[in-house]
Each structure stands twice: as C-alpha cells, then as structure tokens.
Design a protein around this ligand. Sequence first.
Ligand code: IYR
Length: 224
Amino acid sequence: MQPHDHSPLTDFIEYPEEQMLTRSEEFLKTMQRRHSIRHFSDRPVDKAVIENCILTAGTAPSGANHQPWHFAAIQSPEVKQQIREQAEAHERGFYNGRAGQQWLDDLKPLGTDASKPYLETAPWLIAVFSQKFGETETGEKSQNYYVHESVGIAVGMLITSLHNAGLATLTHTPKPLNFLTEVCQRPDNDRAYMLIIAGYPTENATIPAHAMQKKSLSEIASFL
Ligand code: IYR
C-alpha cells in the first residue's frame, strides 16, 4: 500500500428519496426504543453477537484513523465480581458525599444508588478503554488524536449496534474508573473510558419516567 493510495467508493448505497425518508423514520423509531436499563436477567448472550457489535464500534471514524480504543468483553464471573466490588465501593463514596447535593438531587428521578447487582447478573460487561498513544508497525510509540471524540463515537456505535441486535444496555461510569485497567489486565496506556452492560432485561424491568423525556427538535436543533 502506497502512502497516498485511494480506492474507489464502491459500497455507498443511494436510496430513492421516499425510501430515504422511511428509512430515517424507521431508524428513529428503532432508536426511540433504546433505553438505559438497570434490571438485567442472567440469560446468556452468544459471544458472536458481542464480537459483531465490537467490530461495528471499530468502524467508527477516529483521528488519523488511529482507532485509539480497546474493548474488553467480560463474561468471567470472577472478573465481574471484582468489578462489582470495586465499582460499588467507589459508588458508595459518591453517594455518601463525594457527589455533592446538587448532583444527588439531579439523580433522584433516576432512582439510582450505590448497589449495582447487574454488574454480576448481566451476561456481558464491555469495558471500553481509550489510548492516548498507539504503536506503529515497528513497535514505536505513536501519537493519537481526538482520542476522547473518537472513543465517544465508538461507544455510541457500540450501544446502537447492541440495541439493534436486540440487547438492552447501560452506560456506566463509576468514578474513578481506573481500577478497570488493572482488573482487565490492560497496559497503563489504556485509560478506562466507560463500562457498558449488555444483556436481556428482566421481565419486570422499568425505565425512569424522567429518562423518557427527550428534548424536542426545536430544543436541540437550529436550521440556518
Ligand atoms: N455513577 C453513578 C451515578 C450516576 C451518575 C450519572 I451523571 C447518571 O446519569 C447516572 C448515575 C451510578 O451509576 O449510580
């Protein structure tokens, strides 16, 4: 491959205009059914599904296409238990003062607390790491760019593809998150970015009413 090689764009699909509209409507409806849930069943989920969703996340655009991410997909009950123990310890600190009153008041409508049983119940936890530096083909340290933006997009695509596959998800960010680097046996360069919980919801899973209220188009967009 030459440094400036390009190949023709052969996989772009143009849809007739009315189909484009219905596709966008259908996808909107699909995504309006994505909810963060906190009641996961222990029903197993095929590893191949998780692999495809991670590969989808890996198609995300990134600074200089350096793909500054790592996804640790966790099924092991022992690793899950360690994550739950450490996450709950941090969350107890958060809910018992570190958060501050304003933050706790803002979280009240969600009904969350320091107890995170789903970290052990759900079939899959996916720890997402961002990498400030990468490695060249010859093993030298290389600079990554727009790391936060790139990994944020990849996580968005990950939860979208998990939802599309028929799984429920929760984005979880216990603070500090850095214990995940050690628990997942990642090098120091891998900085924990987010923990995604994926699986089936329990039959009596609920969604906080507050989380159902999404801003209207005029509140989130302007057209110039
Ligand atoms: N990490 C905590 C608190 C929490 C914070 C925000 I911002 C949320 O949107 C939800 C929860 C927890 O998971 O309980």
